[in-house]
Design a protein around this ligand. Structure first.
Ligand SMILES: NC(=O)c1ccc[n+]([C@@H]2O[C@H](COP(=O)([O-])OP(=O)(O)OC[C@H]3O[C@@H](n4cnc5c(N)ncnc54)[C@H](O)[C@@H]3O)[C@@H](O)[C@H]2O)c1
Length: 292
């Protein structure tokens, strides 16, 4: 018996990297999987249909059930068709894993409007649109009296939650995804829908190319040594969050190798206050005590 028996899951960007690992584990755990991927380059250029088809073939080879979908998750019609693909093929949908992403790293002074828009579009809008269509579907189900036990797992990053030089576009999108998760978790709970996010670290084409990181995350030459950067290490947490009776909601988790850590939301810390409006000179003097 699998942990995800009877679950229908959509995984975006599942043709490669971390998403592919999610798709393979979900299928091995009994889920029926919609493998979405438009087959783009790491920067969102050049498309080929084959990655999604290849993952579907791998899943079928192990006796699992999957269908490929090549929609662009950042388009309204694409997101709508993605949910429709799951419902038309498997009769329902219970899990949405928002994972698709691209990179256009540049320091701010070299960042073009196009590089900003492309990254914000694929990540932030590409999380919003499938989530929006799935949420509408689950709200209809709840209103019709059906017990919904749905789960949304989105993909944030330490690049946004902590910050990383050269990734202001990507980091802004990823921090936005964490905020989006916290808010929709509150909004959708009434329909039986949970929403959580992960901030993963793993070896994929996205991280292998990063200056200084490629060597650090290389596969160990000794097969007996745990490969802490294998992208497959990320998927057990995502599968757990996808389970029907998982209770996590509105949480963001760091996950790498065998480590899972819960992030804390932006939170208020030190305070200065007076029962009157501050004078600028007075506040200028007091402000450093907040970050001393
Ligand atoms: N690898 C890491 O360490 C790491 C760290 C933090 C966050 N992430 C995030 O994890 C997710 C997966 O990244 P990865 O490292 O596996 O990269 P990857 O490049 O191997 O996989 C991303 C996949 O998304 C697909 N994709 C891109 N745009 C799409 C679109 N508009 N519609 C549908 N599919 C699209 C690509 O074709 C690709 O197959 C991304 O959101 C990434 O930002 C990864």
């Amino acid at each position: 018996m699998g942990a995800l028996d009877g679950r229908v899951a959509i995984i975006t960007g599942a043709g490669r990297g971390i998403g592919r690992e999610h798709a393979l584990l979900f299928a091995a755990e009994g889920a029926k999987v919609v493998v979405n991927d438009l087959g783009g380059g790491v920067d969102g250029s050049a498309m080929t249909a084959s990655p999604a088809e290849e993952v579907v073939a791998e899943i079928r080879a192990i006796g699992g059930d999957a269908v490929a979908n090549h929609d662009n998750v950042a388009t309204w019609a694409g997101g709508e068709n993605l949910i429709k693909t799951a419902v038309d093929t498997f009769g329902d949908v219970h899990v949405l894993v928002n994972n698709a992403g691209i990179l256009r790293d540049r320091v701010l002074v070299n960042l073009s409007e196009e590089d900003w828009d492309a990254v914000i579009n694929v990540h932030l809008k590409g999380h919003f649109i499938p989530t929006r269509h799935a949420a509408a579907y689950w709200r209809e189900q709840a209103k019709a009296g059906k017990t919904v036990k749905a789960s949304i797992i989105s993909t944030s990053s330490t690049s946004g939650l902590i910050g990383n030089v050269g990734q202001s576009n990507y980091g802004a999108a990823k921090a936005g995804i964490a905020a989006f998760t916290v808010i929709i978790a509150e909004e959708l709970a009434r329909y039986g829908v949970r929403a959580n996010a992960i901030a993963p670290v793993a070896r994929t084409r996205m991280t292998e190319a990063l200056p200084g990181l490629g060597e650090h995350i290389a596969k160990p030459s000794d097969a007996a040594v745990f490969d802490a950067f294998d992208p497959g290490n990320i998927s057990p947490l995502v599968a757990t969050l996808a389970m029907e009776d998982c209770e996590a909601n509105g949480q963001v988790f760091f996950v790498q190798g065998g480590t899972v850590r819960k992030f804390q939301n932006w939170t208020m810390t030190t305070t200065i206050e007076k029962n009157d409006r501050w004078e600028v000179a007075e506040l200028a003097q007091q402000l450093p005590t907040l970050f001393a």
